[in-house]
Design a protein around this ligand. Structure first.
Ligand SMILES: [Zn+2]
Length: 81
């Protein structure tokens, strides 16, 4: 396995981890690569920020944002029949 191939695989796993939990085998593969490869560790940092960002947006605080829903526009023109 060439380093390039392995980096590409690591990037795939990192982006997959955003959408779904990785299998234990995939996590092991990814961890091992991140341990060996500094540039992919940097990518992992950025993905981690993305993950925490989306957790902040859609996490437990999400319910509070419901109050921000704009009121329906006032009825203008013809009154309802
Ligand atoms: Zn790499």
């Amino acid at each position: 396995m060439t380093p390039e191939h392995s980096c590409r695989r690591a990037a795939e796993l990192l982006s997959q981890a955003l959408d779904e939990p990785l299998s234990s085998g995939q996590r092991l593969q990814l961890r091992l690569h991140l341990f060996l490869c500094r540039s992919c560790r940097h990518v992992d940092d950025q993905f981690s920020e993305l993950r925490s960002l989306s957790t902040g947006l859609f996490g437990e605080d999400w319910g509070e944002a419901g109050d921000d829903v704009p009121a329906p526009p006032p009825a203008t023109g013809k009154p309802p029949a």
